[in-house]
Design a protein around this ligand. Structure first.
Ligand code: ATP
Ligand code: MG
Length: 451
C-alpha cells in the first residue's frame, strides 16, 4: 500500500494539524478535526486538461440528456425517486437502526438482479445473513452477487463490473488512504467521493445506506448529502408496522413525494391505500381527537390528531408533542387561552399525530386547536368532520395552499363536513353540493361551529 500523506483539518475554521487533536487550538471547538488526504491525485498519472473545444453553448443549442429510468420493483420507491431509478445516480437511504433500510434495498437489489448485474456489498452483515434475509423475504434472485468487504479498494474491481451496487453501509466501509477509523467524518467523505467518481465515470447506479445520528440527521459530513443525487429518509416508529420514505433531496424529481410502506415478517410492501392508516377506530367517541387532511409530499392524507389533558400536579404544566412541533403547540395553547378564553394554564397537555407521521405544515394548526378545545370541553368531535387551516397569533384563521385537494380528499374518504379557512372558501365552492363546508375566519368561530 503506498504511503499517503494526510493532515487533520478543522471543519469549523480550516486549521490544519499533522496529528489529531481533540480541541482545535485556533477556534477552540471540540472534536472538529477530520482527516484529509494531502495529495489525492494518484502519482505518475497526469490528469488530462479539458480539450479546448469545451466552449460555452447558448441555451438553445444544448441537447437534452435522456435520463433512463428503471423500475425498482417497489412502486412506492419509484414514486419517491420521481418515477424510477435514474441510471448512474447515487441514492442515499438514511434511517434509524432497524427501520428496514437493508430490507428495502435487498428487495430492490433482488428485483434488479433478474435483468441486470447487481452487487450487494454488505459491510455490516455476513453473506449468509443477507442470504437468510433473502430467504425470509421469499426473494428468488440467484444471480444477485453478494460481497462481504469493508475496504473500498478491495471491492473496487467487483464494483466496476456491476451495473447496480448497494453499499450497506457507508459508515462501515473504509479507504486505505486514510488512517482514521471507518465511520469517521474524513473516511465517510473520502469513500463517498470515491464512489461518486466511479458512478459518474462508469455510469454505475449506487444505493448507499447511511446511518443517522442521535439527533436524526445523517451521520458524517454534510458534504455526503451534497455528493448524492437523491437523499431519502426512511422513518417511522420502530414498533409501528408502517414506515414512511421521504425524499429530502432529489436531482431528478420532486422532494415533495412520500412513500408509505408496511413492514411484515415476509418483507416490505408499498401501501397504495394509506389514507385510513392514520385514523383510529375510536374516532368520534373520545374527546380530543380531530382529523385533518395533511398534504405530506404530493399526497394528501387524512391524519388524526389526538390530545390528552390532565390536571397538572406541579406548578409548571407539562406539554408534550409527537408529530407536531412542540413550539407550535405552545403557541396554539396560548392563542386558545388568550383569544378564546379556554383555561389550559393548569393542564398537562399531550399531543400525538397518529401513526408516527410528522405534520410540519401550518395547515394542521386549526385541527390542533380543535383537538385541544374538544379535550378541554370533554366533547368528542363528530366522526365525519375534518378541520384544516393556519392559525395566527391574533386568533385569525389564515388560508392554506392545496385547499381544493384537501377538501377533495375529505370527500373521497367519506367525510361529511369540513371546517376550512374563509379565505379558501372561494376555490372550494364547487364541492358545496357534495360536502358541507363551514368557512371560519377566527378560531373562536371554529369552536362555536364544532360544539
Ligand atoms: N425474522 C424476522 N421476522 C420478522 N421481522 C423481522 C425479522 N427479522 C427482522 N425483521 C424486521 O426487520 C427489521 C430490521 O430490518 P433491517 O435489518 O433492514 O434494518 P436496518 O435499517 O438495515 O437496520 P441496521 O441499521 O441495523 O442495519 C427489524 O426491525 C424487524 O422489524
Ligand atoms: Mg442494515
Amino acid at each position: 500500500m503506498p504511503k499517503t500523506n494526510t493532515q487533520f483539518v478543522c471543519a469549523e475554521c480550516g486549521y490544519t494539524s499533522p496529528k489529531w487533536l481533540g480541541r482545535c487550538p485556533d477556534c477552540g471547538k471540540f472534536n472538529t478535526l477530520a482527516e484529509e488526504v494531502l495529495s489525492p491525485a494518484p502519482a505518475g498519472k497526469k490528469t488530462a486538461r479539458p480539450a479546448l473545444s469545451a466552449k460555452p453553448l447558448p441555451l438553445s443549442q444544448v441537447k437534452f440528456e435522456k435520463f433512463e429510468r428503471v423500475s425498482s420493483g417497489i412502486s412506492e420507491l419509484d414514486v419517491v425517486l420521481g418515477g424510477g431509478i435514474v441510471r448512474g445516480s447515487l441514492v442515499l437511504v438514511g434511517g434509524d437502526p432497524g427501520v428496514g433500510k437493508s430490507t428495502l434495498l435487498t428487495e430492490v437489489a433482488a428485483h434488479l438482479a433478474k435483468e441486470h448485474k447487481v452487487l450487494y456489498l454488505s459491510a455490516e452483515e455476513s453473506c449468509s445473513q443477507v442470504k437468510l434475509r433473502c430467504e425470509r423475504l421469499g426473494l428468488d434472485s440467484d444471480d444477485l452477487l453478494l460481497l462481504n468487504e469493508t475496504c473500498i479498494e478491495n471491492a473496487e474491481e467487483s464494483i466496476a463490473e456491476a451495473e447496480y451496487v448497494v453499499i450497506d453501509s457507508i459508515q462501515a466501509v473504509y479507504t486505505e488512504t486514510l488512517s482514521s477509523a471507518a465511520g469517521s467524518v474524513g473516511q465517510v467523505r473520502e469513500c463517498a467521493s470515491k464512489l461518486m467518481r466511479i458512478a459518474k465515470s462508469r455510469g454505475i447506479t449506487f444505493f448507499i445506506v447511511g446511518h443517522v445520528t442521535k439527533e436524526g440527521t445523517l451521520a458524517g459530513p454534510k458534504v455526503l448529502e451534497h455528493i448524492m443525487d437523491a437523499v431519502l429518509y426512511f422513518e417511522g416508529e420502530r414498533t409501528e408496522n408502517f414506515k414512511i420514505l421521504r425524499a429530502v433531496k432529489n436531482r431528478f424529481g420532486s422532494v415533495q413525494e412520500v412513500g408509505v410502506f408496511e413492514m411484515t415478517g415476509e418483507g416490505i410492501f408499498g401501501l397504495a391505500d394509506y389514507s385510513a392508516l392514520f385514523l383510529s377506530d375510536s374516532r368520534g367517541l373520545a374527546a380530543g381527537a380531530v382529523v385533518t387532511p395533511s398534504e405530506t409530499g404530493n399526497r394528501c392524507m387524512m391524519v388524526e390528531i389526538q390530545t390528552l389533558m390532565a390536571k397538572t400536579n406541579y406548578g409548571l404544566p407539562r406539554r408534550m408533542s409527537l408529530g407536531v412541533d412542540l413550539n407550535r403547540l405552545i403557541v396554539l395553547v396560548a392563542v386558545l387561552e388568550k383569544r378564546c378564553g379556554l383555561a389550559l394554564g393548569m393542564q398537562d397537555i399531550y399531543l400525538n399525530a397518529m401513526g408516527g407521521i410528522r405534520l410540519n405544515e401550518p395547515s394542521a394548526d386549526l385541527a390542533v386547536c380543535a383537538a385541544l378545545a374538544s379535550a378541554e370541553k370533554m366533547i368528542p368531535v363528530e366522526k365525519y368532520t375534518a378541520v384544516f387551516g393556519e392559525v395566527g397569533l391574533t386568533g385569525e384563521v389564515r388560508g392554506v395552499n392545496f385547499a381544493e385537494k384537501r377538501v377533495n380528499e375529505c370527500l373521497k374518504m367519506g367525510f361529511k363536513r369540513v371546517i376550512l379557512p374563509a379565505k379558501n372558501m372561494k376555490s372550494c365552492e364547487k364541492f358545496k353540493d357534495k360536502i358541507e363546508l363551514v368557512p371560519v375566519a377566527y378560531v373562536s368561530q371554529m369552536i362555536k361551529a364544532l360544539f
